[in-house]
Design a protein around this ligand. Structure first.
Ligand code: FES
Length: 207
């Protein structure tokens, strides 16, 4: 597939590069810029980025294949990344993942037949105090429950026709952060006056 950077992208790349001591150091934001237009990073796009940054194509390839947020092949229109790392795991992420798989009829790493959803397991989305957490585009959905996930899937399915010919990054021009709208299962704050159970730390043998 032939690929050319647009004039706007070339200008933006120069602005980004001006913030770094070397052009090659700008590879992450430049790859995001291109992926936000295409939805993924085919070989031709990776080559164009390498040329624009004056770095070897292998260096771009290494970065694209190392970070899970970059995709070499198209994902679903809405790419759901659910964190299953320790904090989210303790908050029920495993059960939630099973619920999403069941609901979408796919497994982690797959895409729905209509191409609307794809599902991925994420290794910590840096929102550990508000799990389980999922990311779609740049939107963060926190404090997820099965009901909230169902609501989110319905909401995204309704949005899908509007994103047939463009990549979904976020719905309203700025990222969403917080619970799924309409579902606010915020946990009660811990009771600071509650007495914690005491226990004795065993000392060295015989003491
Ligand atoms: S463990 Fe889920 S966001 Fe960090």
């Amino acid at each position: 597939m032939p690929f050319e950077l647009t004039d706007e992208e070339k200008t933006r790349i120069e602005e980004i590069c001006a913030q770094y001591p070397q052009r090659g150091a700008a590879v992450l934001p430049v790859l995001h810029l291109v992926q936000d237009r295409l939805g993924h990073l085919p070989t031709e796009a990776q080559l164009a980025v390498a040329r624009a940054l004056d770095i070897p194509p292998t260096r771009v390839k290494e970065v694209v294949t190392f970070y899970e947020m970059f995709h070499e092949a198209p994902e679903g229109r809405f790419h759901i990344e659910l964190c299953t790392n320790i904090s989210c795991h303790l908050a029920g992420a495993r059960e939630l993942m099973a619920h999403i798989e069941d609901r979408l009829g796919i497994q982690v790493g797959q895409k729905t037949e209509d191409g609307v959803f794809s599902l991925m397991e994420a290794e910590c989305l840096a929102s550990c105090g508000s799990g389980p957490v999922a990311k779609v585009g740049v939107d963060y959905y926190e404090y997820l429950t099965p009901e909230a996930v169902d609501g989110l899937i319905e909401r995204l399915r309704a949005l899908a026709p509007a994103y047939e010919d463009r990549v979904y990054v976020c719905a309203e021009g700025q990222p969403h952060v917080g619970p799924v709208p309409g579902f606010v299962p915020m946990p009660a704050p811990p009771d600071s006056k509650k007495k914690l159970p005491s226990f004795e730390v065993p000392g060295p043998k015989g003491k």
